[in-house]
Write a protein that binds this ligand. Sequence first.
Ligand code: 13P
Length: 251
Amino acid sequence: MSKKVIAGNWKMNMDIPETVKLISGIKEALKNINNGAEAIVCPPFTSLETAYTLLKDSPIGLGAQNMYFEDSGAYTGEISAAMLKSVGCRYVILGHSERRTIFKESDETINKKVKKAHSSGLLPIFCIGETLEEREKGITFDVIRTQLSGGLKDVSPAELEKTIIAYEPVWAIGTGKVATPEQAQEVHAFIRGWIKENYPSVNAKEIVIQYGGSVKPDNAKELLSQPDIDGALVGGACLKADSFAGIISAC
Ligand code: 13P
């Protein structure tokens, strides 16, 4: 995998005027960066249409941060895959640790969402990662294995090829405590090994595995130069055009 993929997860930030400002700033800042890296922005639902309109003619991809697995009906507060498609999304983040912990999403729920995204033509950015407690107990690989096999259950090889996997150690999210390049690489290599073992027909090297957790312009280069780190899923640092562009230029 030579082309890096950098996605910005805006989380619950940015109203419409702020969205216009940030997208315009990102477009401007990326004009001067030509290293082949792919950029994706994932604003909140309320900003998707505005973002789509501003990004229509640009190479920057658009993604949502969540969706529900049913097609339509009495699911107050939820958004369907078809709705995301209709507003111009190509990607959807699924299974983010904040969804898992705050909103109690299980591997089974996330699996339903991943399958629905695929059957609807959306590309999932499927997130996994261990907590600090799990790391300290020495069960990181068990946790990752369970999340992979649960979240990707019955996902076909062709669908896996269209899945971005994001490894986000929970202890590194929003804490400023970034995983060392060695710590991240070790888990990325484990994930790639899991793919080889469970999807022998898939070229595991082609699957994009992003790292997420306190990625900033000044640590991006070292992380992204690890052999199994194919990109980044960025939180805090994607809310400023300069720092998001700084990460992309580190590719
Ligand atoms: P931070 O970059 O703010 O640590 O967030 C990472 C993240 O959760 C991206 O999905």
